[in-house]
Design a protein around this ligand. Sequence first.
Ligand SMILES: NC(=O)C1=CN([C@@H]2O[C@H](COP(=O)(O)OP(=O)(O)OC[C@H]3O[C@@H](n4cnc5c(N)ncnc54)[C@H](OP(=O)(O)O)[C@@H]3O)[C@@H](O)[C@H]2O)[C@@H](O)CC1
Ligand SMILES: Nc1ncnc2c1ncn2[C@@H]1O[C@H](COP(=O)(O)OP(=O)(O)O)[C@@H](O)[C@H]1O
Ligand SMILES: [K+]
Length: 509
Amino acid sequence: MRYAHEVDKVRAAERALMARSPEGALMRRAAAGLASVCAGLLRSGRAGVIGPGEGVYGSRVVLLAGSGDNGGDALYAGALLARRGAHVTAVLAGSKTHEGGLAALRSAGGRSLDADDPAGSVAAIEAADLIIDGLLGIGGRGGLREPHATLAGHASRSVATIVACDLPSGVDADTGVVSGAAVRADVTVTFGTYKPGLFVDPGAGHAGVVELVDIGLGPYLGDPDVVLPQAADVDLWAPGPSRESNKYRRGVPGVVAGSKTFTGAAVMSVGGAIRGGAGMVRFASAEHSVELVRHRWPEAVTSVVDTSLSEVGRVNAWVAGPGLGTGEHAEALLAEVLGTDLPVLVDADGLTVVARRRDLLWRDAPTVLTPHAGELARLLGTEADQVEARRLEHVRRAAEELGATVLLKGSTTVIAEVGRPVRVNPTGTPRLATAGSGDVLSGLIGAFLSGGASAIDAAAAGAYLHGLAGRLAASGPASDERPPDDREAPISAYDVIEAIPAAFRTLTG
Ligand SMILES: NC(=O)C1=CN([C@@H]2O[C@H](COP(=O)(O)OP(=O)(O)OC[C@H]3O[C@@H](n4cnc5c(N)ncnc54)[C@H](OP(=O)(O)O)[C@@H]3O)[C@@H](O)[C@H]2O)[C@@H](O)CC1
Ligand SMILES: Nc1ncnc2c1ncn2[C@@H]1O[C@H](COP(=O)(O)OP(=O)(O)O)[C@@H](O)[C@H]1O
Ligand SMILES: [K+]
């Protein structure tokens, strides 16, 4: 698990640690960590136009330095690189400059110029192999002002490798919100703890590869606000079989999905549940959907139902909603599953129904809701673009107001439950944005709920494996030297189902 803390907690931890540390020690640790990552990039040839092995000596490094301590970190890191032979130029952008940092840079042979000298700044940025973004860190508020915004734009257009100091300037540390211009980094070197905005889009999309430098804040930080699960966590959360297992003990999810008109969603959801490791999947729907599911998944136990599920047989958890329609039949079936004391996942059309019948969510057993931004907007009475722009805020609000575990799908999937840190899913690819792929996710999570996972563990494990299956399906076998992201090709929801077993194998491999 990777832990992220909001700015207030970072500041409190910083104060506690500073009281026990020599003057300037934290900034020196941060700068040393930053310089070390930059040196590694210059040595490996990943930075700018430098060839492998050319290293720090003779490289051209530009520091974008704002008025605060973020600028101070960048200046001290620049001084360390200058002492190793880099040609370092600081572009001073703030209303003031960190004096100690600037003095260190100058005495190491680095030079500085004012951002008011646009020609000089642009020439330096264009010639740079590596740019350190020290404009703003956790003290940044709102969209970048000038000259910061213009400098961020020049940096983004340069061929240099961009290393963000603590976080990319223009990204809100607590939320990942970006209002206007922001630096797009290749690498972010963050200090003491991860910041939530580095995990969640649009901020995550600006951060590149994130490296954490330990500056000793750990004992003073307290509980995280946001966490990023890793494979080892998911391996614990996704229920697996034991020697004593039989098909009933492994869990029996009941899928209530599809209708006379919509059949594909049901096929995808049942597929997700089967590949998710359910001992047996029960499926209940209108006749046409049942026929299609039986044809595609003969292993499912099906029932044709109208407005009652009394003939379906025993299940341990319900998945309700994909392709179900939103009329009276759908409402009756949803009311029945939500009236049980079993865990229930509500997705797709089911979410439209509960948006007008919120009372159905007043229950004691766990409920998982899996909306995309549009569905969550409807549940909260807001607009989808607001949800997309401020994902953490909206998912937390939904968990609170609806009394459920809420998984918000999209470019970063985030999962909230009252009283717990938000879990952010690290896997996935935009290739998953294809009809039916969300239905696969509902079945997968349903399998984990029926296997005994808690609501938040089932949701987080489902999102992780679904995202990984999407990536594996899109990137295909590793038969050539291109990295998986470059190999990605379009996929269908069915391809995602087929890749789920391979995704499981990566957990323990
Ligand atoms: N905490 C820790 O443990 C450690 C922290 N460390 C480092 O300190 C960093 C935080 O430093 P910080 O507090 O000085 O804030 P920081 O982000 O540099 O600048 C804020 C200033 O920028 C301005 N400004 C604000 N918004 C703006 C905007 N939209 N557009 C333009 N300008 C804007 C505003 O100044 P103004 O220009 O308004 O006077 C404000 O005062 C942290 O990220 C990390 O790098 C490490 O050294 C070691 C351990
Ligand atoms: N830009 C994106 N990047 C990564 N994943 C995405 C993106 N957009 C959508 N997804 C994922 O694709 C899936 C689509 O689900 P959903 O919107 O419910 O589609 P459907 O209802 O057609 O199945 C979700 O898992 C979601 O997280
Ligand atoms: K920065």
